[in-house]
Design a protein around this ligand. Structure first.
Ligand SMILES: CC(C)(COP(=O)(O)OP(=O)(O)OC[C@H]1O[C@@H](n2cnc3c(N)ncnc32)[C@H](O)[C@@H]1OP(=O)(O)O)[C@@H](O)C(=O)NCCC(=O)NCCS
Length: 200
């Protein structure tokens, strides 16, 4: 009984955290106990859009001008992180497994001098923000499936219906109806929509 009450409190807190920091459209959302949306460096709640019937169990962090759009019926698994300083869009009906990272920037600058500067500055200093690293939009199409522990890097577009295998690191575009696997991810299957030998 106590556990149920505790879980209920965690759930209410998570829902409030998300609602305070995102625009939520429609109904039938599911928010996990650890779901969160964090806005930094002047980002506004209008920069995070959660569509109708989305499930959000992970963490969305938006800095500066970043934007995250979860289209209707998309799902974000537990411990999955979505980091944006540019633009990330998740297509309708797309499922993101637990422990995935989707990051539209390099996190840190490439320049050794600028990284050294980050180290000597205190926590929260401007030099630590993602706006100082290279960034590029990530677009994940409709009805995709991103496997557990995968990482989707900056600038990647994933076509409709495609699958990213568990633990893959995706650094290049994945066309529609493909499976991508490995590090860096390569296309290992095409035309999964046409292959009748694949068990559904
Ligand atoms: C390596 C990294 C910094 C990108 O650096 P970059 O100079 O912008 O590199 P690019 O995106 O231009 O890619 C260069 C090549 O490396 C490959 N590559 C980039 N990141 C890769 C990764 N994580 N794994 C495998 N290959 C990778 C690219 O596919 C590209 O290959 P190509 O030359 O065959 O086309 C970035 O991808 C990365 O991994 N950052 C670490 C993020 C992290 O761990 N953050 C944790 C919080 S600090």
């Amino acid at each position: 009984m106590l556990r149920k009450i505790y879980n209920y409190i965690l759930h209410c807190r998570a829902k409030r955290r998300v609602q305070n920091n995102a625009i939520i459209e429609g109904c039938n959302h599911i928010f996990g106990n650890r779901a969160n949306v964090i806005l930094m460096d002047g980002a506004q709640k209008e920069q995070v859009l959660i569509g109708d019937s989305c499930w959000h169990r992970g963490r969305i962090i938006v800095q500066t001008q970043g934007k995250v759009i979860l289209n209707p019926h998309s799902q974000i698994g537990e411990n999955t992180d979505i980091f944006s300083v540019n633009h990330i869009e998740i297509g309708a009906y797309t499922a993101i497994a637990p422990n995935v990272t989707i990051c539209d920037n390099n996190n840190h600058p490439i320049s050794p001098e600028q990284r050294r500067l980050m180290r000597v500055n205190p926590p929260g200093h401007d030099s630590k923000l993602w706006k100082h690293s290279v960034s590029s939009p990530i677009i994940i199409g409709e009805n995709c499936w991103i496997g557990a522990n995968a990482r989707i890097c900056k600038g990647v577009t994933i076509g409709d219906n495609s699958i990213v295998a568990a633990c893959a690191v995706v650094t290049k575009d994945v066309p529609a109806n493909c499976i991508a696997a490995g590090n860096p991810a390569k296309i290992v299957k095409r035309n999964i929509d046409l292959d009748n030998s694949i068990k559904s």
